[in-house]
Design a protein around this ligand. Structure first.
Ligand SMILES: [Mg+2]
Length: 439
């Protein structure tokens, strides 16, 4: 883990004093174990943020209590922890600083995974000219992720002032030619919901239908369209309001339907990132392994626990990754059985089998985890008063499936491993399962 600023070291010291008063783990638990250099955690934690740790900008009280249990007297985490959020409108360091203030423990940016974090792996687009859509410092975020040639929606508006017309007040009085020369756009990256949806919808459709050359007219026959990469598929999210708010998934529904209505064809994504995509969990697991390695923990992290408030993102995603891990383990064991059987029949060694399951394992190394358990909290989108799913098959009908178009409805995937009141109860449950006691 990277060194922390003096402010966060001081924060760590304050936290330790609080820890000393409020929460001590028993001798077989983490505190004793954490000060004992022999202690090696075999599990890691993935925390959602909105609806689990905060509601909008307001901290959820249980969050601070939970995190005081997760650090040792030196202010260091005693198990690997990664924050996996579908938010995408800030830099990782900014989010880490916000979390440090909210939770009262020092958080490094290496522990934060935004919905756009896997874009670091899409190196083939890093030298291409990409349009970015979203709010906040999206140009800085894109550059920070490795993209060298980035164009914003505002830059497109400035270069082509006749295109943004839904708001009639934006309509130029006289026809004008482009003010700025823009390079041909080669890919589109959707970071999150923008502020003026009509402007972004219009200009993104224009770019897709002109194959990135806005000086030309729409060419509906162009197929496939330019590569489109989207981060965050959440239809809704939970802020301070009583009911959920539109998320980026709602914006994608608009874009997909407009494109289909105009062209008669499906909008296609080169990649969909953020929970519940499997890619997100591959990357989060990689960050957990990296964190364990940096701390010198050699015991493999075999169990992951994912804590979230949204059935369609946190629970669906964790369960899908758990299914992937189980299927992977089953494939490995059947290969091992086949090898043993072959060995008894012949002394000739089997050819080295390809262990790489997919491109992510090539890029990030194979996972050490064999399970990913989902834990649902009741402090966010999920409301136990209106959504009591004793049987998820009955409670969530396909007609109200809030997941993304490209993710099929599967009742088993929206069934949480556990339902608890809040994040503090989730941490206690995990300690109990892992036989770590809190006094
Ligand atoms: Mg959430």
């Amino acid at each position: 883990m990277k060194l922390l600023s003096p402010f966060y070291r001081a924060l760590g010291a304050v936290c330790n004093r609080q820890l000393g008063r409020r929460s001590r783990l028993s001798q077989c638990g983490m505190c004793g174990a954490a000060s004992d250099s022999k202690f090696q955690p075999g599990f890691g934690l993935l925390f959602d943020i909105d609806g689990v740790l905060v509601r909008g900008r307001t901290p959820i009280p249980a969050a601070k209590k939970a995190f005081q249990k997760l650090v040792n007297p030196q202010g260091e985490f005693v198990v690997p922890v990664v924050f996996v959020t579908n938010a995408g409108n800030v830099l990782r360091q900014t989010k880490a600083d916000q979390l440090s203030h909210i939770l009262g423990v020092p958080i490094s940016q290496d522990q934060v995974m935004m919905s756009h974090s896997p874009l670091r792996m899409f190196k083939k687009y890093h030298e291409k000219c990409v349009l970015v859509s979203g709010q906040g410092p999206v140009l800085d975020i894109a550059k920070n992720l490795g993209f060298a040639k980035v164009v914003s929606i505002d830059m497109v508006r400035e270069a082509f002032p006749l295109l943004d017309m839904v708001d009639h007040n934006r309509r130029p009085k006289l026809p004008s030619s482009p003010i700025v020369n823009l390079p041909k756009i080669e890919a589109v990256i959707l970071f999150g919901e923008p502020i003026r949806w009509e402007t972004n919808l219009q200009l993104i459709i224009d770019i897709l239908l002109t194959n990135g050359n806005l000086s030309s007219i729409h060419q509906n026959q162009k197929c496939p369209h330019l590569p489109l990469l989207a981060c965050n598929m959440d239809l809704m999210w939970m802020a301070e309001a009583q009911s959920p708010r539109f998320g980026h998934g709602t914006f994608l529904v608009c874009l997909e339907n407009i494109y289909k209505k105009i062209t008669g064809k499906e909008l296609k994504y080169e990649a969909l990132m953020g929970k519940p995509s499997e890619m997100t969990y591959h990357y989060a697991e990689y960050l957990i392994r990296e964190q364990a390695a940096q701390r010198g923990w050699r015991t493999p992290i075999t169990s992951l626990y994912a804590i979230g408030d949204n059935l369609m993102t946190d629970i669906y995603g964790a369960n899908m990754y758990n299914r992937y891990l189980e299927e992977r383990a089953a494939r490995k064991s059947s290969k091992a059985v086949a090898k043993v059987a072959a060995g008894t029949r012949s002394s000739t060694a089997l050819p080295q089998e390809e262990e790489v399951d997919n491109a992510w394992e090539t890029e990030l190394a194979p996972p050490s985890a064999t399970s990913c358990k989902s834990i649902l909290v009741c402090t966010g989108v999920y409301n136990p008063r209106t959504e009591v799913p004793p049987d998820a098959n009955q409670a969530i009908k396909e007609t109200v499936f809030h997941g993304h178009r490209d993710f099929r409805f599967d009742p088993a995937l929206v069934e949480p491993g556990h339902i608890v009141q809040d994040v503090d109860a989730a941490v206690e449950l995990i300690f109990e399962r892992e036989k770590l006691l809190v006094q």
